[in-house]
Design a protein around this ligand. Sequence first.
Ligand SMILES: [Zn+2]
Ligand SMILES: [Zn+2]
Length: 322
Amino acid sequence: MTATGSRMQRTKGYDPEPMDVPPLFQSPPRPLSMVRWLLTKYMWPQSAAWIALAVLVHHVFTPSLERFASLGFDDVGLLWLRNTVMMVLIIGGQHWWLHIRRSQGTEFKYESRWLARNRTSFLFDNQTRDNVFYTLVSGGGIAALYEAIMFRLYANESIPQLSSLWAIGAMTFAVFWIEAVHFYLNHRLLHVDPLYRWAHALHHRNVNTGPWSGIAMHPLEHVLYFSLPFVFLLVPGSPFIATFCLVYLMISPSPSHSGFDRFKVGEGASLHGGDYFHNLHHRYFEVNYGMLLLPLDKWFGSFHDGSIEAHEQMKARRRAAD
Ligand SMILES: [Zn+2]
Ligand SMILES: [Zn+2]
C-alpha cells in the first residue's frame, strides 16, 4: 500500500504510516493487487484465525443441532458458558500478555498511558473490570441467544440452508464483506441521538482502548451489533456460518482494540495487531465508522487515513458543521 499523506505525530504514543484504501478501490483499481492484499494482509493471520477458531468452536464445543429443535434456557446457557470460556481465554490472554505482563512495553502502542483506574465514569471505577462485565454478561449472553435462535430455525428447517461445503466456504468469506456493510450501517445509526446517548456513548468512554474494550457495549448496542446472523434468515446460510458470524463479532474486536498496532512475536518480528482505522474513530468520533475492507467512509466523506492532510480536512468539516 502506498501512503497517501504525511504521517501524524503523536506526542505520546505510536502513529503508524497513513493508510490507503484496499487496491481494488484505489484509482485506477488494481484487482490483482487486491487478491494479494486479501491473502497476505487481510486474511493472514487474523481473519484466517477467526475461521479456524469458529470451526473448532462449532464442531468441538457446540452441542448438536437436534438439541436446539425445542429451545430452552439451558441451551442458551450452555452457549453463554462456551462464549465466556472462549472470551476469557482469548481476550483475557491478550489483556494479560499486553497490559498486565506488559510483554512489549509501550512499543507499537497508540497511547503511551495505560488503562484507567479510579475513574468514576467506569463501572467499579475501573476500565478493565467495567469492560469485562459488559463483554461477558451482555455481549456473551446476547450472542448466545442469537446463535440459539438460528440453530432452532435450522433444526426445524424453517430457513434456507446451504448444503455443499464449497458454498459454505464461499459464504464464510462473503461474511467479511456483508459485515463491512452491516457494521457501517448499525454504527452510523448508533451515532445518531438519542441512540448515541442511550447506548453507544458507553463504548466511546474508551478512548484509550484495551482488548476488553472491543465489545464493551450497552446491551442495546449488542442487540444491533450481533444481528449479523439474521441476514441468513433470507440468504441461504448454515449453522456453522451462524457460529462463525458470532465468533467473529465476539473475538475480532479484541486485537483491533488492543491498543497496540503490532504484536511482537520475537526479536525484530511482529504481526499485524490493532486496527489503526478504528483507533482513529475512538480518538475523533465522527470519522471511520466502517471498516477499511470496504471503504464506505471514503465514498461518504468520513475517511481519516491518519495523515495530517486528512486531519485538517476533518477539522474543516467540523468547523463547517458548527
Ligand atoms: Zn470500538
Ligand atoms: Zn462509534
